[in-house]
Design a protein around this ligand. Structure first.
Ligand code: NDP
Length: 454
């Protein structure tokens, strides 16, 4: 049995070590497993990475901060939540990654997200390290005042761990413009400085045009790049989309603008199937429902009566379509779902969410030669525009929508190009998982090598 200090442990021994050091952290272990195989193959003959133990170091976050968040609800009950910030790796720039407020948030979930974020941010080509944070707080059903009090309490601890050159959080599930506003206000009040410490800010106070759209649009641009690489396009194709939040609604919007037909949207209660397709008016209606009324997707069918609602947490993957965009949450598309999509002739899958497809599901797509873009590549448009928001804040300027749209298109093309460079199988097929893993890893690992043993 090789010692953990052997330079050449095999993949199984390596993963055993990861499991031992992170007991019960299933999401984190899954995320490491997903990249480890590709990285092992890539570094096999590269002694410098083995010698420096880069792989062991990269799976160990720089730090994990965990803290208590107390707040008072509208009935004067004192509530206690747990908050975290995971600072995974800052080799190539300040930590950067969203904040998630959802009852399912755990340290394992945030470690997986921060780990993925490290590779994703590297892929964008911008100087950003990887981090992620959040709390097991459920904003659903809370009044604005309750959400404000929670955000203020959360930031009262978080502020000491972040800064425009240290760690720059953004939004994620459960954290949109309202929550970013409350947190930014509290940060500014505590430090008495206006600085670009959060991205996803409102346009009135330093936010970037295009940021709300960037993740969803970017996932569709990546999808288009994949299709065009094989001589196809989005126009005339049907798509199933999951989720009905920021990423899902903007992905649906861009598919529609490019001549595709979106058939589904979902939330944690179930999904709607609209055989007529969602046009801009229907998408705007859903945005209003989710962002302003904070309602449920089932209400869509009361308004658009040709559509059907499938409840009990049903997912849309059995609806026949050419394209699939999982845009809700992790592990929402499993092996059986992937098989159903393949049987129905799906051509390409682009992940708007982070790790929405289980490992088994990914293998189904790969075995069927379906074009499959992992979230770390396909949804990198959001963090890329966040990187551009940081640049605009530093320079005290703001770029317009058109210019940022062009930059986003170019950035996604660049990421697609890197995936092809490292993932081309030489038979017309591109392994986008491998391409994204290796391209993302190489830049971070080379920076770590330059720093010596730190
Ligand atoms: P939102 O909070 O705006 O929307 C999340 C959507 O996913 C909602 O429709 C929500 O439904 C649904 N959802 C959440 N949890 C579950 C669950 N357990 N089962 C089924 N559906 C669920 O989040 P975003 O759109 O911002 O984020 C969606 C995904 O995209 C996440 O994986 C996030 O990490 C990823 N992402 C987001 C980026 C961004 O810029 N916002 C950037 C890169 C990735 P319900 O209302 O019922 O909870």
């Amino acid at each position: 049995m090789a010692s953990v200090y052997d330079r050449h442990v095999d993949l199984n021994q390596f993963m055993e070590g990861v499991k031992k050091r992170n007991p019960g952290q299933t999401e984190f272990i899954q995320a490491v497993q997903e990249v480890a195989q590709d990285i092992f193959d890539f570094i096999e003959d590269k002694e410098e990475y083995h010698h420096a133990q880069i792989l062991r170091r990269i799976v160990e976050p720089d730090r994990v901060v965990s803290f208590r968040v107390c707040w008072e609800d509208d009935n004067h009950n004192i509530r206690v939540q747990r908050g975290w910030r995971v600072q995974c790796n800052n080799a190539i720039g300040p930590y950067k990654g969203g904040i998630r407020f959802h009852p399912s948030v755990t340290e394992s979930v945030l470690k997986f997200l921060a780990f993925e974020q490290t590779f994703k941010n590297s892929l964008t080509g911008l100087p950003m390290g990887g981090g992620k944070g959040g709390a097991n707080f459920n904003p659903k059903g809370k009044s604005d005042a309750e959400v404000m009090r929670f955000c203020q309490s959360f930031m009262t601890e978080l502020y000491r761990h972040i800064g425009p050159d240290t760690d720059v959080p953004a939004g994620d599930i459960g954290v949109g413009g309202r929550e970013i506003g409350y947190m930014f206000g509290q940060y500014k009040r505590i430090v008495n400085r206006w600085e670009g410490v959060l991205t996803g800010k409102g346009l009135e106070y330093g936010g970037s045009a295009m940021r709300p759209e960037a993740t969803g649009y970017g996932a569709v641009y990546f999808l288009r790049n994949m299709l065009q690489h094989r001589g196809m396009d989005i126009e005339g194709h049907t798509a199933v989309v999951s989720g009905s939040g920021n990423v899902a609604t903007h992905a649906a919007e861009k598919i529609t603008q490019l001549g595709g037909k979106v058939l589904t949207l979902s939330d944690s209660g179930g999904f709607i199937h609209d055989p007529d397709g969602l046009d801009q008016e229907k998408i705007d209606w859903v945005k209003h429902l989710k962002n302003v009324k904070r309602g449920r997707i089932s209400e869509y069918c009361d308004h658009f009566t040709n559509a059907s609602y499938h409840g009990d947490g049903a997912r849309p993957w059995k609806v026949s379509a050419d394209l699939a965009l999982p845009c809700a949450t992790q592990n929402e598309l499993d092996e059986e779902d992937a098989k159903a999509l393949v049987e129905n002739g799906v051509k390409a899958v682009s992940e708007g969410a982070n790790m929405p497809t289980t490992l088994e599901g990914v293998h189904v797509f790969q075995d069927a030669n379906v074009m499959y873009a992992p979230g770390k590549a396909a949804n990198a448009g959001g963090v890329a525009v966040s990187g551009l928001e940081m640049s605009q804040n530093s320079e005290r300027i703001s770029w317009n929508h058109g210019r940022l749209g062009d930059m986003l298109t170019e950035l996604m093309e660049g990421i697609h190009g890197k995936c092809v460079e490292f993932g081309d199988q030489g038979n017309g097929h591109v392994d986008y998982v491998k391409g994204a893993n290796i391209a993302g890893f190489k830049k971070v690992a080379d920076a770590m090598l330059a720093f010596g043993v730190v």
